[in-house]
Design a protein around this ligand. Sequence first.
Ligand SMILES: *[C@@H]1O[C@H](CO)[C@@H](O)[C@H](O)[C@H]1NC(C)=O
Ligand SMILES: *[C@@H]1O[C@H](CO)[C@@H](O)[C@H](O)[C@H]1NC(C)=O
Ligand SMILES: *[C@@H]1O[C@H](CO)[C@@H](O)[C@H](O)[C@H]1NC(C)=O
Ligand SMILES: *[C@@H]1O[C@H](CO)[C@@H](O)[C@H](O)[C@H]1NC(C)=O
Ligand SMILES: *[C@@H]1O[C@H](CO)[C@@H](O)[C@H](O)[C@H]1NC(C)=O
Ligand SMILES: *[C@@H]1O[C@H](CO)[C@@H](O)[C@H](O)[C@H]1NC(C)=O
Length: 384
Amino acid sequence: MRFSCLSPKAYLLGALVGLARFVFADCECGYSVNPTDERDHTLFTDILESDFTTLKDIRADKDWVLQEWKIDKSVSRGPYGRMTVPGNAISNPAKDLAVSDEGVLGREAGLELYVRKLQPGDQYVSIVEADSYRADMIYGSFRAGIKTTGISGTCGAFFWYLNDTQEIDIEFLSSQLNDTTSPVNLVLHSSLSKGGDASGTPTFKVIQLPFEADKAVHEYRFDWQPHRVSFYADGQWLTDMTEEEYIPSVPGKIILSHWSNGNKLWSGGPPIEDAFMLVQYVKAYFNTSSEERMKDYAVRCKNSSASNAICEVPDQNGPPIFGGNDPSQRPYFFSQDASKNKTVNQTYGKVESTNKNAATPLLAISGYAVLTMAILLAAILEVM
Ligand SMILES: *[C@@H]1O[C@H](CO)[C@@H](O)[C@H](O)[C@H]1NC(C)=O
Ligand SMILES: *[C@@H]1O[C@H](CO)[C@@H](O)[C@H](O)[C@H]1NC(C)=O
Ligand SMILES: *[C@@H]1O[C@H](CO)[C@@H](O)[C@H](O)[C@H]1NC(C)=O
Ligand SMILES: *[C@@H]1O[C@H](CO)[C@@H](O)[C@H](O)[C@H]1NC(C)=O
Ligand SMILES: *[C@@H]1O[C@H](CO)[C@@H](O)[C@H](O)[C@H]1NC(C)=O
Ligand SMILES: *[C@@H]1O[C@H](CO)[C@@H](O)[C@H](O)[C@H]1NC(C)=O
């Protein structure tokens, strides 16, 4: 009789242990891109998403490091030196995204990256650069919502970087923009391109965009894999670079920058008035070179064939539009998913935000949390 039924204590304990064994978080085995392409359907283990339309202050964001350096004109390779100034990055969070994407400072919400006009006697152009804190990114799909400046004389860039010979660039030269042309410069720098000059290599391409890059926010994306780097705008494929000897194969970081050195052959300028590039978001799905993060993945990913263990990264379809009633053009963020269950054990996003969903992407209950709870409860029950 003693064993005919479980005591409430044993029953509760069994239920908790069962729960601990079977609770997974979504996406724990990674994020995949190109689901319809056999050869390129690939998986990335780590994720970084920054929604600058809700971020109060970039300075509080541990995922980004605002640069503070100064190089003189000989190093800068132009008539002027360059000086990165953290104050040239201005956060302009949305007042109320349910209504529109208007920021608290007016204009469209997002992160404004300024190149300042030259003051008399200046030797250095006052510019801005934000680098990802993570510098262990090796292969990935990198996306940013950007509106370039229409003021001539700057270079706006979204790129992956290790050093001057290991670099993947998307660059906008505002001097190249006019009513009839809107080019984007796509470059892989490699040790084969001497002195950082990639012109004349197969991995420097100028692509005409089907829209004016300075009139609205568009999503620019590059997918970096060992055999290919593919570039996209608003989810539409632009071009591939497949020369494997030019494709980086080492870990690095991603960078947002807006700069000028007055060099007529590239940035032009400096601009005659303060010019800003607007960045509304960055999303990165990538693999890591960090031993610790690889170990975390091995523990986190219990069964990659379990449902929801791998999450497809949705493609942006057309220009991203924040705010208002139509959510179809709004970029998707795993970190803002209502389930709060899609970025467990990821490192990013521990920042204050005006968006309640985005504020606490790491609060989802992971298997470990539940297991800890079960052990704790078991201990409590033991003394009952
Ligand atoms: C998280 O996702 C897993 C797997 O899809 C699901 O079983 C679990 O109930 C979810 N947990 C929460 C807290 O939503
Ligand atoms: C990224 O890492 C995952 C897990 O180790 C692996 O399955 C995938 O093939 C890697 N992706 C690339 C592009 O190397
Ligand atoms: C860049 O890094 C690569 C890989 O570590 C190295 O081989 C190369 O010499 C470096 N280039 C420069 C200019 O430092
Ligand atoms: C726009 O720029 C292109 C390329 O620099 C040039 O050929 C064209 O004449 C310019 N158009 C106008 C209207 O300025
Ligand atoms: C992994 O998940 C699949 C699909 O749910 C299931 O068929 C398989 O038995 C699981 N494997 C393990 C080792 O739990
Ligand atoms: C991820 O989980 C591991 C336990 O497997 C833990 O040691 C690590 O701190 C976690 N990392 C984050 C960022 O939550």
